[in-house]
Design a protein around this ligand. Structure first.
Ligand SMILES: *Cc1c(COP(=O)(O)O)cnc(C)c1O
Length: 404
């Protein structure tokens, strides 16, 4: 096998430098552990950015993918395929939604929500309803529609002109939402818990208020559950924590356990929002991706992983809270998140990227950064109590050595 250095040198010549990965190359994993081409092992609490719902190389998922690959990998949307029909039915059975459209990523799912919102109003004689309302510090993806909805100016830099018609308002500020939603608003989009923005929870009163405002003014309310869906927060959907039922949601990250797939799910009222020919994706509903999606659901059920995410998430959250209270760890200032989408906000005086790098290099534990200052932990939903405790011990050992 080539060395880390050889492969990194090759990457630096052949790949565009739009990412800044550390100088090693991952080659295999199992559960919560992953190792590089030289055999250096890491505890993986980055979870592939909340994607690895059932961990690395889960045998049931691996077998389902291999079996489907040997049978029927692609049909295009010119034809039905069995796994996409079954996956759509499974998603409607687990959510308040009735209709599903499949995409290949989170951004594509968000694009589909945007297009459905405008087209649904258009179909119902309201072509003027094209405006879109989204949140400050939100993250919805990098394609132009999803990027335009993303409320983080740093991602817009050099990419203008964006899709017109988007207004951003502060999250959890009902007055601002009242002022922004008009009789020209097609949809309001928000994450029930902002992921990339720093693990900020949508307050129940806010989400309820958003539902009321949208109902009163005839706008659609959509939740972007790309990061929070599929059990990540200890419920199947992040929306369940508040009990607020939006008109639809996007899903992606955890759906395929690492296999690329996204979806939107909407209520029956919106079933005529995308009439034949109005939207499409060549790979959307791909039989192989949907087989992965079905296998993940089967594993979540058979292993009780949504409940495990709630239980292990509480353990992780309590451990992070203890660090915040610990005078020996002044860099830890606030524990955030739900289920297994958790994090600790670091003091403003601390360089979060440096802490993240030291956790990786000194403690051999992978995490990610959200909102610039939050060290985010999103381990597989089948993480064990021992693995949670190990990650907490490693993070604690590091934070004792970080000045604030
Ligand atoms: C990651 C993410 C996206 C974008 O998903 P991609 O698959 O990277 O396109 C959209 N919305 C939310 C909430 C996300 O966390």
């Amino acid at each position: 096998m080539p060395t880390n250095a050889e492969l990194v040198a090759k990457a630096e010549r052949a790949q565009l430098p739009n990412y800044r990965p550390p100088p090693f190359v991952l080659s295999q994993g199992r559960g919560c552990r992953v190792e590089d081409v030289e055999g250096n092992a890491y505890l993986d609490f980055s979870g592939g950015i909340a994607v690895l719902s059932v961990g690395h190389a889960h045998p049931v998922l691996t077998a389902a993918i291999a079996e489907q690959a040997g049978r029927l990998m692609h049909t295009s949307n010119l034809f039905y395929s069995q796994t996409s029909i079954e996956l759509a039915a499974e998603i409607t059975a687990r959510t308040p939604f009735d209709r599903v459209y499949f995409a290949n990523s989170g951004a594509e799912a968000v694009e589909a929500l945007l297009k459905l919102a405008r087209r649904w109003h258009f179909e119902h004689g309201r072509p003027e309803r094209t405006d879109l309302v989204a949140m400050h510090k939100s993250f919805h993806g990098r394609t132009m529609g999803a990027l335009s909805l993303t409320g983080q100016p740093k991602y817009h830099e050099g990419m203008a002109p964006l899709v017109p018609g988007v207004t951003h308002v502060p999250f959890n500020d009902l007055g601002a939402l009242e002022a922004a939603v008009t009789d020209r608003t097609a949809m309001v989009l928000m994450e029930p818990l902002q992921g990339e923005g720093g693990l900020v929870i949508g307050e129940t009163a806010y989400l309820e208020g958003a539902r009321r405002i949208c109902d009163e003014r005839g706008a659609l309310l959509f939740f972007d559950e790309v990061q929070t869906g599929y059990g990540r927060t200890g419920r199947f959907l992040g929306a369940e924590h508040s009990g607020v039922v939006p008109d639809g949601c996007s899903l992606a990250k955890g759906m395929g356990g690492g296999f690329p797939i996204g979806a939107i799910a909407v209520t029956e009222r919106l079933a005529d929002g995308l009439p034949p020919g109005s939207h499409a994706s060549t790979f959307g509903g791909n039989p192989l991706a949907c087989a992965a999606g079905l296998a993940v659901l089967r594993i979540l059920d058979d292993e009780g992983l949504v409940e495990n995410a709630a239980r292990m998430g509480q353990r992780l959250g309590e451990g992070l809270e203890a660090m915040v209270q610990d005078a020996a760890m002044p860099a830890a200032v606030e524990a955030r998140g739900l289920g297994l989408l958790r994090g600790v906000r670091l003091a403003d005086s601390v360089d979060a990227r440096e802490v993240y790098g030291r956790l990786r290099d000194e403690q051999r534990t992978l995490a990610s950064i959200a909102g610039g200052t939050v060290l985010r932990l999103a381990p597989p939903l089948n993480v064990t109590a021992d693995e949670i405790d190990e990650a907490l011990a490693k993070l604690g050992a590091l934070l004792k050595d970080v000045e604030a």
